[in-house]
Design a binder for this molecule. Structure first.
Ligand code: GBH
Length: 478
């Protein structure tokens, strides 16, 4: 399938600071909301914490060598705000130095650094000052973006402001399942708007400093009406689309919130968060849009039948509601196969999403799939090898879907698999493994899974078919 991708297509893998680094209190790092949340009894499966994670902070050179063996063009990672500004204000040079060394290590082996400023780990002191529902946090973020750019701006070309603001606003402040674990619909909406604002402020500032590739990553879904002939289900799908996709895409691309979203959250006085000029700031031009996609959402406006199996929504978000403005929605099963997360597998959803975005928004910038992947119960063989046929199938099918989308006209420039390494899967702790590289959580030994070998082979085949280097002069493959 490698020949189906354009010559300059970028191949990568993604991680996030809180999920891999560990060293939660080293070299001056402060608590993030995830460090604090992990201390709340029952918040995280198995009582797991991000304290040690996969010890990437200490194994960074080894992990970069692994990326090189896999033949990656690019590595998408996030910076821990609490490492850079332990109290959300004062800048900690030792924390920044870690990222400086990481970037140097990547550049040395020809891997393009793809930096995300915020992947959900707010400094706990800023949460104590009100967190994202507090408008001032957007200005703190701007200051943080400056601090990171001061040190890395000379070497990092690709800047992503936020990863999945939907999750860090609606799930963190509305659903209660993610840090900081609040279940306050109005606060969740404030967090949403202030993250947009922070994105706009930082985008404008980085642009002013000469950055040329600035974007944001959204988790986007296809809201599929369970019964397309039922007006109640059609209404449910329209609301899910307005809240999960539209409330993010439209302010960024069009400088406005969708009316259906505004109507759905009017009871929470959402409009009061919006100050004059905010939407113009938020709609700062983007150089790329990152798309994270794992599964579609088959949605209904009717209650679920009583025989609904446990483990699927809404039990997942039983603590609060991530569906601010659409608490009545349900997600019936379509009988599709599911991953270990309970998420539906339907690779055609990724194809149709990528195609549809370009049709819906003429002003859409180039797309990158910044996350896509699957969790499985991996089995380590006697010889230490990890055969993960389900992940291999998921990967191949989704890459096929991306190739098809490109053939149908979608401007997709790259793909980052989630994830490079097994890691701390947020509220699920270490229970769910997404890596193409297996990690033994006792010894911290890394083993490339079958899916990692398959991915490396696809990258190599693409490079052989299209010798033009996609990244910055590309290192040897395995
Ligand atoms: C991404 O988010 C994150 O960016 C990444 O850090 C994380 O490790 C990875 O995914 C895997 O989880 O109600 O159970 O059907 C995933 C975005 C949005 C996907 C909410 C699941 C509904 C889950 N998620 N969605 S459920």
């Amino acid at each position: 399938m490698a020949h189906r991708f354009p010559p300059a297509f970028l191949w990568g893998a993604a991680t996030a600071a809180a999920q891999i680094e560990g060293a939660a209190h080293e070299d001056g790092k402060g608590d993030s909301i995830w460090d604090a949340f992990a201390r709340v009894p029952g918040a995280i499966a198995g009582g797991d914490t991000p304290e040690r994670a996969v010890d990437h902070y200490h194994r960074m050179p080894e992990d970069v060598a692994l990326m090189r063996r896999l033949g990656l063009d690019s590595y998408r990672f996030s910076v821990s705000w609490a490492r850079v500004q332990p109290d959300g204000v004062r800048t900690n040079a030792a924390g920044l130095d870690f990222y400086s060394r990481l970037v140097d290590e990547l550049l040395t082996v020809g891997i393009l650094p793809w930096l995300t400023l915020y992947h959900w780990d707010l400094p706990q002191t800023l949460e104590e000052a009100g967190g994202w529902p507090n408008r001032d946090t957007a200005h703190r973020f701007l200051d943080y973006a400056h601090a990171v750019h001061d040190v890395l701006g000379d070497r990092v070309d690709h800047w992503t402001t936020f990863n999945e603001p939907l999750c860090s606003s609606l799930i963190g402040y509305g659903g209660g399942e993610h840090a900081p674990g609040r279940m306050e619909p109005r606060a969740a909406l404030g967090a949403l708007h202030h993250q947009h604002l922070a994105h706009g402020l930082a985008t404008r500032a980085l642009r002013g400093r000469g950055a040329e590739n600035i974007g944001i990553t959204l988790n986007l879904t296809n809201a599929v009406p369970n019964d397309p002939s039922d007006p109640v289900d059609l209404d449910a799908a329209a609301r899910l689309d307005a809240i999960w996709n539209g409330a993010f895409l439209e302010p960024l691309l069009l400088g406005r919130y969708p009316q259906l979203f505004l109507d759905s959250v009017a009871d929470h006085r959402f409009a009061e968060f919006i100050h004059d000029g905010d939407l113009a700031t938020i709609a700062a031009p983007l150089d790329f849009l990152g798309v994270n996609h794992y599964h579609d959402d088959n949605v209904s406006g009717h209650p679920l039948p009583p025989e609904t199996p446990p483990g699927l929504r809404p039990t997942t978000y039983a603590r609060g509601s991530m569906f601010v403005g659409s608490e009545d929605l349900t997600f019936p099963s379509r009988g599709l196969p599911r991953t270990a997360m309970g998420w539906e597998i339907n690779s055609d959803g990724l194809r149709s999403l990528l195609v549809r975005l370009g049709q819906q928004y003429p002003q859409l910038p180039p797309l990158y799939v910044t996350e896509n992947g699957s969790a499985w119960e991996d089995v380590v063989g006697e010889d230490g090898s990890v055969e993960d046929p389900d992940r291999v199938a998921y990967l191949e099918d989704h890459l096929d879907a991306v190739a098809s989308a490109i053939e149908e006209g979608a401007d997709v420039r790259g793909y980052f698999v989630w994830s490079l390494l097994d890691n701390f899967e947020w509220a699920w702790g270490y229970d769910k493994r997404f890596g193409i590289v297996h990690v033994d959580y006792d010894s911290q030994l890394r083993t490339v899974k079958r899916s990692g070998h398959v991915y490396a082979e696809i990258i190599r085949a693409h490079r052989d078919a299209a010798p033009t280097p996609a990244g910055q002069g590309i290192a040897a493959a395995i």
